[in-house]
Design a protein around this ligand. Structure first.
Ligand SMILES: NC(=O)C1=CN([C@@H]2O[C@H](COP(=O)(O)OP(=O)(O)OC[C@H]3O[C@@H](n4cnc5c(N)ncnc54)[C@H](O)[C@@H]3O)[C@@H](O)[C@H]2O)C=CC1
Ligand SMILES: N[C@@H](CCC(=O)O)C(=O)O
Length: 515
């Protein structure tokens, strides 16, 4: 028996001992910078001539690690190893598979701040954001282990006289796990562990800006007793090995989290049946968002302002759940905008290694350039109220930036920027708010700040997002409490950290015996 699932508590950094422990962990991480990390294929460590350089986005001259980079020949080898390992792993009892995840969760919990330290250095996460990412990784491991134990009992179906019917879930095969930079521990480990605990073997391709923390996770899974070949660690170029693996005829499923552009490409490529392929590949895709906070005329205005600021600028707006649009009722528009601007001007921006920092850098040069281009677009589409400047001398820093009076169909209201840029738009009334809320291609998260229960009821029915929140921000879903995933162009409608997520990695078998 395992104890009931409870989510991992966040660290209280106002306590001196927690602050000291975190600083000590950062020192440990700093002492390990620049190390080399090999690929792991079938348990074998493989170095390559070409390497991926993982750099600190807050101090771009600082190298976090040098990571081996796979080519297609190595991807082929990884596929061979995953196929071989599948023959044993699929027969392993669910209890044993779940136990690996539970042990991995315990190992990460024991070294929690060390993992968060890597997130600070490699992903540019401020302490609180890093701590939440690590907690979420622990949650995914704990939650999916329990879900697997439940699922392994099968689901009851009816039987008639002299008949025994069973309905059981079996694994799919080899899965390709492709993860993004923005939750480099939580999403990477959650998508990997869910596939593994369901009895599949995987090839894990982490984001190229955050491969070191993924290498650390792979070490943990080995320490937790995962057999060789079940998890093959394969950093490399998306275009080169990503396409190859997605198109491989032995790939059974792809679990992708990342941008809409890459997600659509994978979906299309996976749909094509290749020579020798005897199944239709399954694709689980979690893609982008253009998420909205709605503020009604009766709202608690302080709550509205704090929710908007936290959702727009947490982790520099680099969350698919980020509240990058605020739609405010005309009666309270001026007041809410003023409070949002005041709070934003108070945010501490800087190196996330400093515990006081609220917002660090954006992830890399390409992101920096893209966000700065959107800031230029914003200057044409609305009124710049604060921010607007970037500084890339040391790292990729961009000020928290607010544009007001943006038209509902402007590019800033429609396109995912994935940076610290907030677009504010005025609504005439609640009907107008509902219209704007649903006017993008996406449907990931959304929040409504109101005291009006009739309006809440309408939003429940009309606001078409996978995660709808009332009287809070639109980020920060907790595994097992707020299963996470969106509609429309936000993905394939799956819900990470939810009760039906594991089933997406399995197929059901009906067994009927007559006697
Ligand atoms: N809906 C959700 O749950 C989430 C969505 N996201 C989305 O992720 C994006 C940000 O993450 P990024 O890492 O910048 O996304 P990205 O799409 O650039 O990269 C994601 C992963 O795909 C890989 N990749 C790139 N080209 C590929 C190809 N041709 N074949 C296979 N793999 C390929 C990358 O190397 C990386 O590992 C945002 O759009 C965000 O909204 C991020 C987290 C959660
Ligand atoms: N699950 C996270 C978002 C994941 C992401 O942004 O990539 C949240 O609820 O904020």
């Amino acid at each position: 028996m395992v104890r009931e699932y409870r989510h991992e508590p966040f660290t209280d950094f106002s306590k001196v001992e927690n602050k000291a422990a975190f600083e000590e962990a950062l020192q440990l991480v700093n002492s390990q910078l620049g190390k080399q990390y090999p690929l792991v294929i079938g348990g074998e460590r493989i170095m390559t001539e070409q390497m991926i350089l993982s750099v600190n986005p807050a101090r771009k001259r600082e190298i976090i690690g040098k990571v081996a980079k796979a080519d297609q020949a190595l991807a082929k080898q990884a596929m061979g190893s995953a196929l071989l390992a599948f023959e044993c792993w699929k027969k392993e009892r669910a209890e044993e598979r779940a136990a690996v995840l539970l042990r991995a969760a315990a190992i990460i919990r024991d070294r929690k701040h060390e993992f968060s330290g890597y997130l600070v250095k490699e992903a540019g996460k401020p302490w609180k954001e890093a701590d939440a990412d690590t907690a979420e990784a622990i949650d995914f491991l704990e939650y999916y282990a329990r879900q697997m134990l439940l699922l392994s009992q099968g689901v009851p179906v009816e039987s008639r006289d002299r008949e025994r019917n069973q309905y059981e879930y079996i694994p799919l095969g080899v899965g390709i796990i492709i993860s993004p930079f923005n939750f480099p521990l939580a999403i990477m480990s959650g998508t990997a562990a869910s596939a593994i605990v369901a009895g599949n073997t995987i090839i894990l391709k982490p984001a190229n800006s955050t491969p070191v923390v993924a290498a650390k996770f792979v070490e943990v899974m080995e320490e937790a007793g995962l057999p060789d070949g079940v998890l093959n660690y394969l950093p490399g170029s998306g275009a080169e090995i990503g396409d190859y693996l997605v198109e491989h005829p032995k790939t059974r499923f792809v679990s992708f989290t990342g941008s809409r552009e890459v997600g659509c490409r994978i979906y299309e490529k996976a749909a094509k049946v290749q020579a020798g392929q005897i199944w239709l590949k399954r694709v689980i895709a979690e893609m982008g968002g253009k998420d909205t906070i709605l503020v009604n005329c009766d709202a608690d205005l302080d709550l509205a302002a704090t929710s908007i600021v936290a959702s727009a600028f947490g982790y520099s707006g680099q969350k698919c759940s980020a509240g990058s649009r605020a739609v405010i009722h005309q009666d309270v528009y001026g007041e809410v905008v003023a409070r949002v601007v005041t709070l934003t001007k108070e945010l501490i921006v800087g190196n996330p290694e400093n515990g006081q920092t609220f917002m660090g850098p954006v992830i890399d040069q390409a992101s920096y350039n893209k966000i700065m281009r959107y800031i230029e677009i914003g200057k044409e589409e609305g009124k710049l109220l604060t921010g607007g400047n970037g500084n890339q001398e040391e790292g990729y820093f961009i000020e928290p930036t607010i544009f007001a009076d943006i038209a509902e169909n402007a590019r800033l209201m429609q396109e995912e920027i994935f940076g610290p840029v907030l677009a504010i738009c005025q609504a005439k009334d609640f009907d107008h708010m509902m219209e704007i809320a649903n006017n993008t291609d996406y449907g990931l998260t959304g929040a409504l700040i109101t005291k009006n229960r009739a309006h809440m009821k309408r939003a429940k029915a009309e606001f078409h997002v996978g995660n709808l929140y009332f009287n809070r921000g639109c980020t920060g879903a907790i595994v097992g409490y707020q299963p996470f995933g969106g509609f429309n162009m936000s993905g394939t409608d799956s819900k990470a950290g939810g009760p039906d997520y594991l089933v997406l990695h399995m197929q059901a078998k009906t067994i009927s015996e007559s006697f």
